[in-house]
Design a protein around this ligand. Structure first.
Ligand code: C2E
Ligand code: CA
Ligand code: CA
Ligand code: CA
Length: 277
């Protein structure tokens, strides 16, 4: 019985315990959050780099927990994916986002696009295409206005059924965007065979752009354009980054330089401000 008790002591890590408790708590509360309308949408403008005009918004989920305050989607989306609540969350986000963009029509001359994030898990649902079609009908927005953002993992870890779903969405007129491009393994040549319209270059590349990977970002943009894909830069924070991207032919961007994600009311204010400018 010599070292045993001591060994047991060492195993107990209070920070790990606290994390496990929080995880359980969040998992439990997330079900309630959906029912009690604690989830909300924020919108981040996507702008035309040349004139900084707003061409669309990305919808981003927010959770205002009654006791814990704002919980980051980086923390609760993985929990939602594990518990299956992600189906309801992404479906709710899709419907809300389309509904809002329909309401905002009167604030713009050109139709705005709305980008919605779909977890890779969504593609496990055989009726995903009809769900999307239903939302488009109900909210009366044109499929051309909707952009669905997926990560490279959808293309790899999933089967042919997921690829078929992408083709069906595309045939409906919905646009598809590869989010966080560069962090996974998708080669541009492979993407070319898929019904993808846009690459969103991951923030980590933009962040290091003025330091060391200017050439890398340039070649991603050039190759993408050669393949007929458009490019959105994510996480643009400085005028220098904007300048580089413009010079490289990148046409669209989002990031704190233009606006952080904002609530619906603020998004409308941004739209009106841009119109009167
Ligand atoms: P993402 O889709 O890559 O979203 C971009 C994230 O970068 C957002 O964080 C946004 O606030 C942040 N961001 C944008 N511009 C800048 C910038 O200039 N600087 C910095 N530092 N950050 C910037 P957010 O809203 O916390 O979302 C985190 C992730 O959570 C998202 O990454 C996405 O993967 C996931 N997520 C958010 N909403 C949803 C949703 O409705 N469904 C699903 N499945 N995932 C979502
Ligand atoms: Ca995204
Ligand atoms: Ca992203
Ligand atoms: Ca990202």
């Amino acid at each position: 019985a010599k070292g045993l008790g001591r060994a047991n002591y060492v195993v107990f890590d209070p920070t790990m315990h606290a994390r496990a408790v929080r995880l359980l708590q969040l998992e439990n509360d997330l079900k309630r959050a959906l029912r009690e309308q604690e989830l909300n949408l924020f919108f981040q403008p996507i702008v035309c780099l040349a004139d900084q005009r707003i061409i669309g918004f990305e919808a981003l989920v927010r959770w205002m927990h009654p006791r814990l305050g704002m919980v980051s989607p980086l923390e609760f989306i993985p929990i939602a994916e594990e518990t299956g609540l992600i189906f309801e969350i992404d479906q709710w986000m899709l419907k809300e986002a389309c509904f809002r963009i329909q309401q905002w029509r009167r604030f713009t001359e050109e139709p705005l696009s709305i980008s919605v994030n779909f977890s890779a898990k969504q593609f496990d649902q055989p009726d995903l295409v009809s769900q999307v079609r239903q939302v488009l009908l109900e909210t009366r927005i044109s499929p051309q206005q909707l952009m669905i953002e997926i990560t490279e993992s959808v293309l790899f870890s999933r089967d042919q059924a997921a690829i078929d779903t992408l083709h069906q969405l595309k045939n409906m007129g919905v646009s598809l965007c590869i989010d966080d491009f560069g962090t996974g393994y998708a080669s541009l040549q492979y993407l070319q065979q898929l019904p993808v319209d846009t690459l969103k270059i991951d923030r980590s590349f933009i962040k290091r752009m003025d330091v060391d990977n200017l050439d890398l970002v340039r070649s991603i943009i050039e190759l993408a354009h050669d393949l007929g894909l458009s490019v959105t830069a994510e996480g643009v924070e400085t005028p220098v980054q904007r300048r580089f991207l413009l010079d490289m032919g990148c046409q669209e961007a989002q990031g704190h330089l233009f606006s952080k994600p904002v609530d619906g009311q603020m998004a409308v204010a941004l739209l009106q401000e841009k119109m009167t400018n």
